[in-house]
Design a protein around this ligand. Sequence first.
Ligand SMILES: [Zn+2]
Length: 99
Amino acid sequence: MDEVSARNLIAAVRSRVKLSDVVSDFVELVRDGPLLRGVCPFCKNENLGDDHKFQFTVDEVPGTYICHACYEKGDVFRFIECFKKLEFFEAVIYLDSKY
Ligand SMILES: [Zn+2]
């Protein structure tokens, strides 16, 4: 794939794929005002008490996530890179094929 096609694909995936849809396929999320919350898939904070275990939040408007326990954060591409252990462009292809 040439550079222009790659850039167009990244832009298309970024505008089409919602972070909350992707994350909720792997993590049970509950609504908390403007945010969605769940147990962080990166630090497995389910061992924390109930008051602290929903430290992983998804902010739908900018399409970003952050865990307030391990500080892992990013966008939809970063989430799939980390969760599926893929390179950046492999994450783009994965998202394009599944969503
Ligand atoms: Zn975490």
